[in-house]
Ligand binder design. Structure first.
Ligand code: ASP
Length: 412
């Protein structure tokens, strides 16, 4: 028992040590050496954590949906989850706009955009986006890891399983146990995290160096302050007064998904650990396995903050005054762009062109932002991930299901 406790405390510390060591080593070794020797350590980590995602999401969601006998409950959970996602995304863009308007990140930045080209992204039509949620072939959805399609199929499968009654008992047990196996596998994979995180940080720091930060320091600062305020003004009061979990417990459990997001810049990579964290904090299986994977694809609060900050930054660089109407357009398109952003590194940068196009900003500006985008990505991905598990907890609280299903996995 005593040993188990020390390992729970040990892993976050080991990951933190890997992170710091990675930064220090990255400052001293050449980019070539870091790419050849350290990057593969990080890539291995990313492959391992992505490996567990599809079976984890499918198994836990099937078991979760099969456990809901009341269809209206699923509808209720879906509406509450989606509402929270949309509201927090809009608030996030507004935070980004307000803070950037105060800090003026683009004022005085005279970087040449000559010769830089950027391609515009066209938003897919709304109808097509909705149609794409339904997989033509579920096996293809599994193979490609299309999370929205997997969620759709898993919920239908779970419901039909529920309708089978007694006959479906063994299949239910199969998925229930498979989910537990995948959770355990996630715990084992996480033991490698300190080394993976070290490799990723060493590669990033050696490649980008710290000097790159200087001219665009105010852009980074604006992003950092806006996201920090989002945590302080929205998430912390939620956790403390609404969800009612001790803050220490919350931060301790959220640390693993947070650090994976921070170092990999991929919310998809952090999803498995995030699901486990939400469950450990007391979210019910059905709600966590619905809200976390869904949020992973459509709820990007950090990316939404970034849309607001970058819009102001870019407008200032080109000397464009953003009117109130422009800023409202930024909020609307910023939310849509964040929803459409994939949980992979750099996706938000590409999607920001949606916002820029709407307010008449030349797209070449993204080439400027690209110089520091890795750092901005670390900040935004962390919040993208934390938002998903926090929403799962909030919805569990609203449904009266917080802490009602003890999380019975002992490895971590
Ligand atoms: N890297 C982010 C994520 O994985 C997406 C983005 O680039 O904004 O959540």
């Amino acid at each position: 028992m005593a040993e188990k406790k020390s390992s729970v405390w040990g892993l976050p510390m080991q990951i933190l040590a890997g992170l710091i060591l990675g930064i220090v080593v990255g400052m001293f070794v050449s980019a070539d050496i870091a790419q050849t020797w350290f990057r593969p350590l990080g890539d291995l980590f990313i492959r391992l954590i992505r490996m567990v995602v599809v079976p984890l999401v499918f198994a836990t969601l099937v078991a979760g949906a099969a456990g809901i006998s009341d269809v209206s409950k699923l509808g209720r959970v879906a509406v509450k989850t989606l509402l929270l996602f949309m509201v927090t995304s809009a608030i996030s863009v507004i935070f980004g706009l307000v803070i950037a308007n105060m800090i003026d990140p683009g004022v005085g930045v005279t970087l040449s955009t000559e010769g830089l080209k950027a391609a515009q992204v066209n938003a897919p039509s709304f109808v097509k986006t909705l149609l794409d949620i339904v997989p033509i072939n579920p096996m293809e959805a599994f193979a490609k890891g299309s999370i929205l399609q997997i969620i759709f199929f898993a919920i239908m499968f779970g419901f039909c399983l529920n309708m089978m009654g007694e006959k479906g008992k063994y299949i239910y047990e199969f998925f229930d146990v498979t989910g537990q196996i995948m959770i355990r596998m996630t715990g084992i994979v996480m033991r490698y995290a300190p080394i993976g995180v070290f490799g990723l940080m060493a590669a990033v720091v050696s490649q980008h160096g710290l000097a790159v930060l200087l001219p665009l320091g105010k852009l980074i600062l604006s992003s950092f302050i806006a996201t920090s305020l989002l945590i302080i003004i929205i998430y912390i009061p939620w956790v403390k007064f609404w969800i009612r979990i001790p803050l220490g417990t919350y931060f301790k459990n959220i640390f693993e998904p947070w650090v994976i997001a921070f170092t990999t810049c991929s919310s998809a990579a952090a999803m498995a650990a995030n699901l486990v964290a939400a469950r450990k904090l007391g979210a019910s299986n059905a709600i966590a396995s619905f809200a976390v994977p869904l949020g992973n694809t459509i709820n990007m609060n950090g990316t939404a903050v970034y849309m607001g900050v970058c819009a102001v930054f870019a407008a200032q660089i080109y000397g464009i005054d953003l009117t109130m109407t422009d800023q409202i357009i930024v909020v609307v398109t910023g939310v849509l762009a964040a929803v459409g952003t994939a949980g992979v590194p750099g996706a938000g940068l590409i999607m920001s062109t949606l916002v820029f196009t709407q307010i008449g900003i030349p797209l070449e500006v993204i080439a400027l932002i690209a110089g520091v985008d890795r750092i901005l990505d670390m900040i935004r991905t962390s919040i993208n991930v934390v938002g998903d598990s926090t929403t799962a907890l909030a919805v569990s609280r609203m449904e009266g299901e917080l802490g009602t299903e003890p999380f019975n996995e002992e490895e971590a």
